[in-house]
Write a protein that binds this ligand. Sequence first.
Ligand SMILES: Cc1cc2nc3c(=O)[nH]c(=O)nc-3n(C[C@H](O)[C@H](O)[C@H](O)COP(=O)(O)OP(=O)(O)OC[C@H]3O[C@@H](n4cnc5c(N)ncnc54)[C@H](O)[C@@H]3O)c2cc1C
Length: 463
Amino acid sequence: MDYDVLVIGAGPGGYHAAIRAAQLGLKVACAEMGNVGGVCLNIGCIPTKALLHAGEEIRASKHAADFGLTFGEMKLDIAKLNGWKDGIVKRLTGGVGSLFKANKVTHLVGQATFLDAHTVQVGDKRVTASNIIVATGSESAALPPFPVDQQRIVDSTGALVVPDPVPARMLAIGAGAIGLEFAQVYNNLGSKVKVIEFAPQVVPAADADAAKELAKVLRKQGIVIETGTKANGYTEKNGELHVELEDVKTGEKRVEVFDRVLVAVGRRPRSGGLGLDVAGVQTTDRGFITVDKEMRTTVPHIFAIGDVVGNPMLAHKAMKEGLVAAEVIAGKKSAMDVVAIPAVVYTTPELAWVGLTEAEAKAKGYNVKTGNFPLSASGRAMTLGDTDGFVKMIADADTDLLLGAHIVAPHASDFLAEVGLGLEMAATVTDISLTIHAHPTLSESILEAAENVHKQAIHIMNR
Ligand SMILES: Cc1cc2nc3c(=O)[nH]c(=O)nc-3n(C[C@H](O)[C@H](O)[C@H](O)COP(=O)(O)OP(=O)(O)OC[C@H]3O[C@@H](n4cnc5c(N)ncnc54)[C@H](O)[C@@H]3O)c2cc1C
């Protein structure tokens, strides 16, 4: 065999697997047909966060007048904005390349296809490996009436290149993380943005109260959000997109005019064209590769990780699964056995959660108790000029066990980590409320939400 481990795909899952396998002394190659870093670094997590930050600076600069700071007329150099974002991507993907070199991971360039269960064609090379890790990721799901041309009808990749001038009127189809993040970027850059969502709430996977709170704040910022709405198709007239929208409940139809449409209705696994059938690897009817807790597919020496194995399609889930697969191959006792995977929508305020939603906890039969703390009562939030949002904590009334937390707040993604640790360590709500949190910080909102579970928060009336 040429290698102990061949990883297919160099996204977050693939590059974590390759580096950990190399750290554990294995001879590793990683095949990548595009840029190292995968979707996350090139056209996902990183560039969206860069655009969100730039947009947020624009929004914040307008509010600076509240404390007496005004600027002259704002000028936005869109070419520079795109270039700045691309520079960050370049630096990070270059970093992955350097990490491969430093760890002696062989980077094979080209598209990989299975020839048999141990042999893979990579570009014009034939490679054999004792173990293979499939980390081919996902791609945007299509919405057939809206074929993507990356100009007028874009998916997330097209939306990452900010056009000059920005579209005057934009429609985002889908109010998941991707739809809402781009809605806020373009709203802050000056577009008039509407977001429609088929489901009755934005971010359908999130806790209902948290999703409602986020939608309320985004509406206050000027983004029009309509849930229970679908888009049937469009006609182009004089360069404008006349889109037919339909109320899912009443069936009522209307036509609205936009300059650009973003299709953000989900992602599908990239498992076709890999020759998985030749290797004997099974997939579900939706194309996700079936794996067990060790990330093994139906063929014991072939592993699969990341978006290609299913939800949640998040970078940190892919990374963890990559480490597990590498460790299992190296003979370590390792498994994907986690209590909770955090999820974040990186708007301002962010929506971040970890653990069970209230509805999930009830469905599991817990005697659910909740605690709430509004940011309007947070001293730190006031000093930041951003008091929209709340923390909602979910607990088991019988055992005091912490079950989850749902945060709508600036920087929620950073201080959510505490709750993730709490869940993994089976913390009770009392454990959180006994922990001294620095003052003034946004993280105190977690402390007060925990105290509110016991009706003992100090800075609010406990209801
Ligand atoms: C706009 C957007 C924003 C996002 N923001 C976030 C975020 O903020 N946080 C978060 O956690 N997640 C985010 N995600 C999701 C995140 O990008 C994915 O969960 C993550 O990239 C999955 O990693 P992966 O390793 O499974 O696959 P990918 O990152 O999809 O990488 C797969 C790689 O495999 C390569 N490949 C595929 N087939 C082959 C083949 N046959 N041969 C060789 N190479 C192949 C591809 O070229 C690709 O580089 C975002 C996604 C999008 C689209």
